[in-house]
Design a protein around this ligand. Structure first.
Ligand code: ZN
Length: 140
């Protein structure tokens, strides 16, 4: 689902699990094609504190499984955090992944590596989430 903004597109992603990584590469690709930008930059931004966006392997699904498992081990759910909402682990995971990422556009295509995909990362779902995509054209 998407909505037109002045300068960027806003997509809604409905997550279905407490933690998951959803590949959104095709969504970004379609946005690049629609804008007709041949040379530029795609910027993705997630306006949330317990979700993020990252680029990683999309060939072996075990990589996504292992990233989520590794983050779970690195940031346990309850070790005496103070944050009353009880989701401090999700805030930390979101910060590790980051709220934004950038991909170069060359010849009208995302310049990603062979095994790379763009992932929306949910750490406190299921929820309805937003992703902003801004496609910038290189005028130079
Ligand atoms: Zn919180």
């Amino acid at each position: 689902m998407k909505k037109s903004g002045e300068a960027e597109m806003e997509y809604t992603i409905k997550t279905s699990r407490p933690e998951e990584m959803i590949e959104i590469t095709d969504m970004v690709r379609q946005e690049v094609r629609k804008k007709g930008v041949k040379d530029g930059i795609a910027i993705l931004y997630v306006p949330h504190t317990t979700a993020g966006v990252t680029i990683n392997e999309n060939a072996d699904p075990d990589v996504v499984h292992d990233i989520l498992l590794g983050l779970k081990k690195a940031f346990p759910e309850n070790i005496g955090y103070r944050h009353a909402e009880g989701n401090s682990h999700a805030h930390m995971k979101a910060s590790v992944m980051g709220a934004s990422c950038m991909v170069m556009i060359e010849n009208g295509e995302l310049k990603l590596g062979t095994w790379q995909g763009i992932y929306f990362c949910e750490f406190d779902g299921p929820r309805s989430r937003q992703v902003y995509i801004k496609i910038m054209k290189n005028d130079g």
